[in-house]
Design a protein around this ligand. Structure first.
Ligand code: GAF
Length: 394
């Protein structure tokens, strides 16, 4: 049981003075490879972190939803009048957005009291928002007894709708898919065009390897506008090429020759080559060759740095230091402009790689980074409250 799951039941009881009816949790994620491809109808390969967001809920007799956040130590209440995009802002907007998206899909969401606790670092590019959206969505669907109308496969699109249309962030569908659908010991190979999903075994320990996560603590600077700009450049490129999305580019050289400016050409080159790298990594994992994926991770970083231009100094320094210290591959993960780096390392080298990154950051006078080793974990799961303790999984 993760720490947040252990805390949420007692916290709910303290805040509302009664027991929750259901408890759900959903994880943060790192993306192994396939960056900025989801909104281009491409391929992604994330896996879930052990860090989870936990949500406890019970029906409310009042015609409103009240959400208490452990992180804020604050409750926010909203009602039917707030069921219009943007009416609630900040962290509560993600919760209201989920209620809104469910109601827009014709689902009757019961009025409820909710409590939220999370171990997913916020602002680190580890999808704390998707973990919140999916855990809230799962808990409300369960509470309302409408699981048959809202099966798990529909959760990513509903949660993405909450974020796109209610919160106003033009994200793709990768993070919500990871939070909802990932499986322990696997990476989630998702075709964002067809929505086809394959659970690809991803186990490093038996090969003597580990995935070291470096949280650079570089804050997401101007993320929303820069992210939206990348997305609209890709859409403009697809339009210029007369195709529905960059997924349909099958002759990269010919496509590049038809595009009007250098920035657009570089964005397209990243997306098309990144899709190819995802397929190569999936092939390697399927054949049990996980140790060989390192160079592909590093190639993705180079492409995100030079062609997609979403890295910052801290991300580049962390990758360079990790590789120089013996990492088999390293790259920034997530949207970029700050956040985390993943480094594939021999278990025996984990500490020396981390030490090398710490030294490199100190030399640059960057804030000290932090580290953890990520093992592929389970997606959204319920925990029933039984006799005062939380137990069980889905
Ligand atoms: C962010 C977005 F939310 C995802 O949809 C994805 O585009 C990612 O950046 C980049 O791959 O996490």
């Amino acid at each position: 049981m993760t720490p947040a799951l252990g805390r949420i039941g007692p916290a709910f009881s303290t805040v509302y003075r009664h027991e929750p009816a259901v408890v759900w949790s959903a994880p943060g994620r790192v993306n192994l490879i396939g960056e900025h491809t989801d909104y281009n109808a491409g391929f992604v390969l994330p896996f879930a972190l052990p860090h989870r967001t936990a949500v406890a809920v019970a029906r409310s007799e009042r015609p409103e939803w009240t959400v208490w956040s452990e992180a804020e130590d604050q409750s926010v209440t909203f009602g039917a009048a707030d069921m219009a995009p943007g009416r609630m802002s900040g962290w509560a907007g993600y919760v209201a957005g989920v209620v809104w998206a469910l109601r827009e899909a014709g689902i009757d969401v019961p009025f409820a009291r909710l409590a939220v606790a999370s171990d997913v670092p916020i602002g680190a590019g580890l999808s704390s928002s998707a973990a919140l959206e999916c855990s809230v969505l799962a808990a409300l669907v369960d509470l309302g007894g409408v699981s048959h109308r809202v099966p798990v496969a529909t959760w990513p699109a509903l949660a993405q709708r909450a974020e796109n249309a209610y919160v106003g962030v033009p994200c793709g569908i990768m993070d919500q898919s990871a939070a909802a659908l990932c499986r322990r010991g696997h990476a989630l190979f998702l075709d964002c065009r067809s929505q086809a999903v394959e659970q690809v075994p991803f186990e490093l320990e038996s090969a003597g390897l580990a995935m070291l996560i470096v949280d650079t603590h570089a804050s997401h600077r101007h993320t929303k506008n820069d992210y939206a700009a990348r997305r609209s450049t890709c859409e403009a490129a697809a339009l210029a090429l007369g195709i529905p999305s960059l997924r349909e580019v099958d002759d990269l050289a010919a496509a590049l020759a038809r595009l009007p400016d250098d920035v657009m050409r570089r964005r397209v080159r990243h997306v098309v080559t990144e899709n190819q790298r995802v397929l190569t990594v999936v092939g390697l994992l399927r054949s049990g060759a996980a140790p060989e994926i390192g160079p592909l991770l590093s190639a993705t970083h180079d492409s995100l740095r030079d062609d997609y231009e979403v890295t910052v100094g801290e991300l580049n320094v962390a990758v360079e230091a990790a590789l120089a210290a013996g990492a088999l591959g390293a790259r920034m993960t997530g949207g970029g402009f700050g956040g985390c780096v993943i480094a594939l390392v021999k278990i025996a080298d984990s500490d020396s790689v981390a030490d090398a990154v710490i030294s490199a950051f100190a030399a640059k006078r960057f804030a000290a980074p932090s580290f953890f080793v990520a093992t592929p974990s389970e997606g959204a799961a319920s925990s029933l409250r039984v006799a005062g303790s939380l137990g069980g999984a889905r």
